[in-house]
Design a protein around this ligand. Structure first.
Ligand code: M6R
Length: 373
């Protein structure tokens, strides 16, 4: 059965608050991702080679602090990797729900960025209020222009994802990543970390993202079939190394909240230091392993996991399939951009498994879209 109704163009024209022929909002929102990435890019990119990003002027900070909860916190963990490794700016991340108990010590010339798709998450707002006392410059990344967050930060960077109704954040995550990536490139430009040619190359690769996502969504039926092999699982492990570690956390979060499966996201290397003792043939393992600098080390971990009898599903780029029991192959992409793609099979897997288990995909038990208290 084709999942995407033939007559429907996701997010064409206005953003309607109906399912547009999709069985659930979560699936609709997953399918909207190529379009929202295009929309978000159109807001942040321009054709001026001297200043290619539409972002507020600001000084180069000595340090960047990132605050957020849940999926938005995972976006911050990826942003930390980019800001440090591409822009060369020391960056700290703290779950906003932990920040009030343990704020960062004050230092000079800090930029604090709070990310919250709703702009209303109580823990994030409390963390921002506290950060304000330390004379920091404050940016907010949100999907809601009129949100409480926008009232208390110096500058708001909108994600332009359109309304997200499914409790599980999908398209708002991808667009948070996009805003963070543009900010990273802008800082790299400001600090002359990238040549003009490298910057043009990076921008061209951003423009290619929507088509890559569309290509990946064509594997939806295969992922739906794959979900059946998780139908009776009680536990699942999701592993990633380097920039894929936050995607492992995000994939596990998507599985937990939509399917109620006990899923653990873990750093692939750290998993060897004890947790591997959990494994047996009943626990499926998903490993995020697109091509890149950490692939050989990830593969070494996979070999040990397989030696313990576990079945391993790889999320790989072409050529990586042979090293796994089963694989989902991503379009070829630079390692730094790979989170934009590797998260999508996990969103689809969580969605299909929840449907298979007969659960209320858009409104999982015990949680609401926005935690305002
Ligand atoms: O609106 P926010 O981005 O601040 O929400 C933070 C978390 O509550 C949220 O990401 C939650 O983890 C989602 N349900 C994840 O899908």
């Amino acid at each position: 059965m084709p999942l995407l109704p033939k007559t429907v163009q996701p997010n064409s024209g206005e953003d309607h608050f109906d399912k547009q022929g999709f069985p659930h909002f979560m699936l609709k929102e997953i399918y909207q991702q190529p379009e929202v990435v295009r929309t978000c890019l159109a807001h942040y990119l321009n054709s001026n080679p001297d200043r290619p990003f539409n972002l507020p002027d600001r000084p180069i900070p000595n340090q960047i602090h990132l605050l957020a909860c849940g999926t938005s916190w995972h976006a911050c963990l990826i942003a930390q990797h980019w800001l440090e490794q591409i822009a060369g700016i020391p960056t700290r991340v703290r779950a906003a729900s932990e920040f009030v108990a343990a704020p960062f010590p004050p230092t000079s010339n800090i930029l604090t960025i709070a990310a919250t798709q709703s702009g209303e998450t109580a823990d994030t707002l409390a963390a921002v209020q506290l950060a304000r006392h330390s004379q920091t410059h404050l940016f907010g990344i949100t999907n809601q222009p009129e949100s409480s967050l926008s009232q208390i930060v110096d500058r708001t960077l909108l994600t332009h994802a359109g309304r997200e109704i499914g409790v599980a954040a999908t398209k708002t995550f991808l667009t948070q990543l996009l805003v963070f990536y543009c900010l990273t490139l802008d800082f790299a430009h400001q600090r002359q970390q990238l040549s003009g040619a490298q910057m043009q190359d990076a921008i061209a690769k951003l423009h290619a993202l929507p088509d890559h996502i569309t290509t990946l969504l064509q594997q939806d039926s295969a992922i739906q079939t794959l979900a059946q092999s998780f139908a009776t699982a009680e536990h699942c492990i999701v592993l990633g190394r380097g920039i894929q570690r936050p995607i492992a956390l995000e994939g596990a979060l998507k599985l937990k909240e939509t399917t109620y499966l006990h899923a653990e996201g873990y750093a692939a290397g750290e998993f060897m230091h004890g947790p591997i003792a959990l494994l047996d043939a009943r626990i499926p393992v998903i490993v995020l392993a697109p091509a890149g600098s950490v692939y050989p080390d990830t593969l070494a971990n996979v070999r040990k996991i397989k030696a313990n009898g576990a079945s391993v599903l790889g999320i790989v780029t072409a050529g990586g399939e042979a090293d796994f029991d089963r694989a989902i192959v991503l379009p070829s992409i630079d390692e730094s951009l790979s989170p934009f793609l590797s998260v999508i099979p996990l969103q689809l897997l969580a969605y299909h498994l929840a449907v298979l288990r007969g659960l209320d995909v858009d409104r999982p038990r015990n949680i609401t879209k926005t935690l305002t208290e």
